[in-house]
Ligand binder design. Structure first.
Ligand SMILES: Nc1nc2c(ncn2[C@@H]2O[C@H](COP(=O)(O)OP(=O)(O)OP(=O)(O)O)[C@@H](O)[C@H]2O)c(=O)[nH]1
Ligand SMILES: [Mg+2]
Length: 331
């Protein structure tokens, strides 16, 4: 009898202990089988994919299996010419990838290697203000790009002032003011016809006095008076440099991608005189001449830093060299 009671007590305690242990145990970690199905997060879409649509089209079908290498290489060279990579570079690229087991992979690699040589990031230094001068021919998209860049910098929490340095074209000052309103940044302007260097001076002085982060200075783009324009740009540069040492920190040449190879002659003219540090390639949307990015890098050693992909304030993209090549030659 005593044994039975003792047995019951032991069983009772064992049950109580097991219940207690179970309650105190941390919840079991889900094993591989229990893991709830997690949706695979799609990586961010390549921002250049849409803009390069028409350029990419020219490569369609060129990498299809079944084509002989010679035929494939001929097709590729022609496509590279048509997207305005430039004749010399197109020939060099084809020569480089000849004999590769996978031509697309090889071409991607060759293009990326060319673009990787240049620093395509738009960096805002600690200088106050960091001064960016925007140059380029008429209608290339200078004022629009300034507006877009101002909007972008503002969204990043930076303070920005625009200088209405195109005092030549009627309506140019008004156009910059409209962009200033859109981006919610101040515009420093004088009368039409006034000295652009005086406007640049006033803008940079004002930005310096108020601790503004970035100055974006517009310029006139008349190319017909080349010598005068270059003298003017030189004067603007000198004036800015007297107020902030090392300024302008960046001189962005705005080129219209639809001009293709013609944009290169503009780069040639501006590069040395204006001390260009990088390119804003506009109107990449709607052109098949996106290959000009490669030509600009090859012929002038100039990096494309920003690309315009439309007319709206948000239509400005950082230029990511690898993203550009992947958008041109996707899997
Ligand atoms: N589709 C498209 N249009 C653009 C882009 N960038 C500028 N544009 C258009 O190009 C035209 C000329 O742009 P502006 O910014 O006035 O050019 P600008 O270089 O300042 O010209 P000037 O002041 O005459 O020297 C405008 O109609 C813009 O809307 C772009 O990236 N894509
Ligand atoms: Mg303008």
């Amino acid at each position: 009898m005593n044994f039975m009671i003792l047995g019951l007590i032991i069983v009772g305690f064992t049950v109580l202990y097991l219940v207690y242990r179970n309650a105190m145990q941390p919840p079991a970690l889900p094993g591989p089988m229990d893991e709830p199905e997690r949706p695979i997060r799609p990586s961010a879409p390549n921002p250049l994919l849409a803009a390069l649509g028409r350029t990419r089209e020219l490569f369609a079908g060129l990498f299809d299996r079944g084509r002989g290498e010679r035929e494939a290489l001929e097709g590729l060279e022609e496509a590279l010419l048509r997207v305005d990579v430039g004749a010399k570079t197109a020939a060099a690229l084809v020569e480089e990838i000849k004999g590769a087991p996978d031509l697309k992979v090889a071409l991607r690699g060759a293009l990326k290697a060319r673009l990787a040589k240049l620093d395509s990031r738009l960096q805002i230094t600690g200088a106050k203000p960091h001064v960016i001068l925007i140059v380029g021919v008429n209608g290339s998209g200078k004022t629009t790009s300034i507006g877009k860049l101002a909007g972008r910098l503002k969204a990043q929490g930076k303070t920005v002032i625009l200088g209405a340095g195109d005092t030549f074209r009627a309506g140019a000052i008004e156009q910059l003011k409209v962009w200033g309103e859109r981006a919610a940044v101040e515009v420093i302007a004088q009368q039409e016809g006034s000295d652009p260097a005086a406007v640049a001076h006033q803008t940079v002085e004002s930005a310096k006095a108020r601790g503004i982060d970035v100055v974006l200075c517009d310029t006139a783009g008349r190319l017909q008076a080349q010598k005068a324009l270059m003298d003017e740009l030189g004067k603007v540069r000198r004036v800015i440099g007297k107020i902030v040492p090392d300024a302008p920190h960046e001189v962005l040449l705005v080129l219209d991608a639809t001009m293709g190879q013609n944009a290169l002659s503009q780069a040639r003219i501006f590069k040395d005189v204006a001390g260009v540090t990088g390119v804003v390639l506009t109107k990449l949307d709607g052109t098949a001449k996106g290959g000009v990015v490669i030509a600009i890098a090859e012929e002038f050693g100039l990096p494309v830093k920003l690309v315009g992909v439309g007319e709206k304030i948000e239509d400005l993209r950082d230029f990511d060299p690898n993203g550009f090549v992947d958008a041109l030659l996707p899997d």
